[in-house]
Design a protein around this ligand. Structure first.
Ligand code: ADE
Length: 319
């Protein structure tokens, strides 16, 4: 399944701190495919003292139809992931293969896939939804049934929000602006650890190419701050707006924001002061937090540090 690739003439500097042997990596299956990139599930053999250990990882690479700019973009993504460093709530770089073949970024594997699909899979199957909010007199026994005998609770989804905020606080500290925050770009591990993905991507949100390559029919406008949509301005404050929409996705268990609103109507809708309604599983306090993220004036929005503090408190208060 590995496409043949004619190498472009790139001499990539060997960085012994990160370089892995290709022989230690076995591609297993394709997990994800974009227009120019793809991600495989893979086995990685690591040497721990004298013992060899096998671990599951993911390998990001380009497809056969890539051009020179795509290679440069993937190199930028590699550099950005090296620069940012490690955090529990981001997809960490494990190593790279840069020599004698196509560029591979070896990254952490998240068994549950993206958060949007995870939430959809774990929605209650019946209309008698018994995930009731504390403010509505929640009985501690009331829980949301999910497949495989697990039970998703109110506290779980507050924890998801908290973990995503922690990852974003870390990225903001590292001066990293994501530009495309959405539940589809958060990955979920087997242990339900939230990990922000694609934070190192070189993005030109405005180019038609970008949409063709990344969106798969999604309308990223619906996650974008007003000033990002109308003036192409991207800052930590525009990431905070998108995080508000991500919160809305979590507390609607992956609902679709602004259904029926066309892109060209969205700016008018938001300028008139309208916002998304409170999603079903959000408390009034959680909805207040979302609304704060959607302040028209970017300077009035909270930052990720205060969002983490607020969500930490709400997590402690939820049972
Ligand atoms: N899809 C894209 N990247 C992934 C990863 N790192 N783990 C699991 N699924 C993915």
């Amino acid at each position: 399944c590995m496409p043949m690739q004619e190498p472009f003439e790139f001499n990539i500097q060997l960085d012994l701190q990160w370089e892995l042997q290709r022989e230690d990596i076995t591609l297993v299956e394709r997990l994800d495919e974009g227009f120019f990139g793809q991600v495989f599930k893979a086995d990685l053999v690591t040497c721990n003292n004298t013992r060899k250990e096998k671990m599951v990882c993911a390998v990001k690479m380009l497809k056969g139809n890539r051009n020179e700019k795509d290679v440069l973009d993937l190199l930028t993504e590699m550099d950005q992931m090296k620069r940012v460093g490690k955090h529990k709530n981001i997809i960490n770089l494990l190593g790279v293969c840069t020599q004698n073949g196509p560029l591979w970024l070896v990254i952490e594997y998240a068994a549950q896939g993206n958060l949007r699909d995870y939430l959809r899979r774990n929605r209650p199957q019946n209309t008698l939804c018994n995930l009731v909010l504390p403010s509505e007199g929640r009985n501690p026994d009331d829980e949301l049934p999910v497949p495989h005998g697990d039970t998703l609770t109110q506290k779980d989804i507050v924890s998801f929000a908290f973990q995503v905020a922690r990852g974003l606080e870390f990225l903001a500290q590292k001066k990293c602006i994501h530009r495309d925050l959405a539940a589809r770009n958060v990955l979920v591990t087997e242990e339900l650890v939230m990990k922000i993905a694609d934070f190192g991507l070189a993005r030109d949100i405005r180019s038609c190419d970008y949409y063709r390559k990344h969106t798969r029919g999604h309308l990223p406008y619906k996650w974008m701050a007003l000033e990002a949509m109308s003036d192409n301005i991207f800052t930590h404050a525009t990431d905070v707006w998108s995080f508000g929409v991500l919160l809305w996705e979590i507390f609607s268990l992956a609902g679709s924001p602004y259904p029926g609103i066309k892109t060209h109507e969205l700016v008018k809708f938001l300028r008139s002061g309208e916002r998304l309604d409170k999603p079903q599983y959000a408390s009034q306090e959680m909805y207040r937090l979302m609304r704060d993220c959607w302040e028209e004036d970017p300077s009035k929005r909270p930052n990720f540090r205060t969002l983490v503090e607020d969500l930490d408190r709400m997590l402690a208060e939820s049972s």
